[in-house]
Design a protein around this ligand. Sequence first.
Ligand SMILES: Cc1ncc(COP(=O)(O)O)c(C=O)c1O
Length: 357
Amino acid sequence: MMQASLLGKAFSRGFTSRAVDGFTGAIGNTPLIYLKKWSEKTGCNIVAKAEFQNPGGSVKDRAALGVIRDAEERGLLKPGGTVVEGTAGNTGIGLAHVCRARGYDCVIFMPNTQSQEKIDLLRMLGAQVYPVPAVAYDNPANYNHQARDFAKNLPNAVWTDQFDNVANAKAHYLTTGPEIWEQTDGKVDAFICATGTGGTLAGAGKYLKEKSDGKTQIWLADPPGSVLHSYIQSGGKLVERTGSSITEGIGQGRITNNLATLVNDIDGSLNIPDEKSISVLYDLLDTEGLYLGASSSLNVVAAIELAQKLGPGKTIATILCDGAYRYQSRLFSKKWLQSKGLQDAIPDHLKHYAVLD
Ligand SMILES: Cc1ncc(COP(=O)(O)O)c(C=O)c1O
């Protein structure tokens, strides 16, 4: 049974009493959702931030606003300026929205392997999109370096550098962390999530560690193809990336500046295979009515496994990063699931949700 105080808090969340200030005012303050089935199965309170409720549809709205505010405060971006970023996903969408709301131009560099839908969406949001050859990070033609160089050569332009600009983690330190603390009445035993830039884990994690005097454990969840789990397990050795995952937006081959702000204080890590992520993705749809992207379901698997490790009575928080809408042609396609060898990972009684051929 969930602690009465937590449940009361969850149900008492109502409307804010005043209008918020435009798109950016609507970012953050997302509900914390109590996941009933998995909480009851583990004897813990498993709670997850509904980041898909941000106005741009993902957790990355917070980072987008954070890096733009930082550039404004440092005088790098003046009215009518241009925001430039290398991104293939949610950060670009968040930046494009925030740029429209604040009167900036938005330029996005992305690998040319990305879907036409993503390019079209960014263009519909007013961004200028440059698909460039998909080459490794150490190649100067990599999309991130092209974004940096483009901004350098344009007056009143800033490269927001989501991976290494710690204004990203700071946005989560100032918002996501305090929200989780408040929404659990300061009773949060552990926080766990996967990382892309590391902004969410490092920022929210650092706040929760400090506020709890070190009592809240911070754990990193990692998909296949990422080096962070082995980095933490080995006490700091970086290995070559091997393998891959169906999850998008997470997994990393290096310690970004954002992750570096917390990496030495991380209590542990869990590696989550795609089979478990896809199975729980379908389960959360069936049991909770939640329609989620695969990084969100990976986070929930990780929270369940951490609950099993820590034992009953604990409160474990995680992140529901975005909805399935951006991935549905894959995640709910029988053919695609088969091509990834994942059709058997979905329990028989849930297979009917894969309605696309
Ligand atoms: C769907 C999704 N999940 C998780 C993340 C990871 O968040 P962070 O970059 O804060 O580590 C991202 C980042 O782009 C994402 O797009």
